[in-house]
Design a protein around this ligand. Structure first.
Ligand SMILES: [Zn+2]
Length: 214
């Protein structure tokens, strides 16, 4: 089987390639792709190239720390990782925790099992607790994005994945927290883009873009 080129990359990196080639990041040479799914994935593009790092695993921004003290336990074994708060799973977890902590009325109380989709639907109905869950999630994302911006000076942060469809509730708190926490140099300058590509499409298109590069 010698001579057959094989290209492997993780979903978020493939998605970054897809966005760069066909999607929201077309023409951009520096951006960070964040996938908000059951976890938080990321692909970092610098000077038009996806960053793989020494061992190929670069772009694990979902496992950088969002809450340093008493943070939630993550599947990776650490505590307080971004993805334990800002993924679809994290949103549902926040809602469940807050419902347990208070007696505040909420549409979510009537449900047996709460998923992020339920929180989204409740927010659409104007449910105050659900709206606050998104505000909290957006703020955590924005705070972390400020750090990411300071690291690689991207033109944009491109969001996609199931949870990115909650743009109407996430965009404002993300933008606000991002600008409050980033140094003045980048305040109000970095674009926040919500991807138009479907999660699966971006990754598939990205993988094909990668194959064409060989
Ligand atoms: Zn983790």
């Amino acid at each position: 089987m010698n001579g057959i080129p094989v290209s492997l990359t993780n979903d978020a990196n493939a998605a970054a390639m897809g966005e760069m080639t066909y999607g929201a990041a077309r023409g951009m040479k520096n951006f960070i792709m964040i996938t908000l799914g059951t976890g938080v994935g990321s692909g970092i593009v610098i000077n038009g190239e996806v960053v793989y790092g020494h061992d190929g695993f670069a772009g694990e921004l979902g496992h950088t720390c969002a809450v340093r003290h008493n943070g939630r336990r993550c599947n990776c074994g650490k505590d307080g990782c971004l993805e334990t708060y800002a993924s679809a799973t994290g949103v549902a977890r926040t809602a469940r925790e807050w419902l347990d902590m208070t007696d505040e009325p909420s549409l979510l109380r009537s449900l047996d099992k709460i998923k992020s989709k339920n929180v989204y639907e409740a927010a659409k109905e104007g449910d105050k607790l659900a709206l606050r869950v998104f505000e909290y999630t957006g703020r955590i994302l924005g705070e972390k994005f400020a750090d990411f911006i300071e690291f690689s000076a991207p033109e944009a942060i491109v969001l996609f994945g199931g949870l990115a469809r909650a743009r109407e509730f996430l965009e404002e708190p993300i933008r606000k927290a991002m600008d409050e926490n980033v140094i003045p140099l980048w305040r109000g300058k970095v674009k926040l883009v919500f991807s138009q590509l479907k999660e699966s499409d971006a990754a598939i298109l990205g993988a094909s873009a990668l194959a064409w590069e060989l």
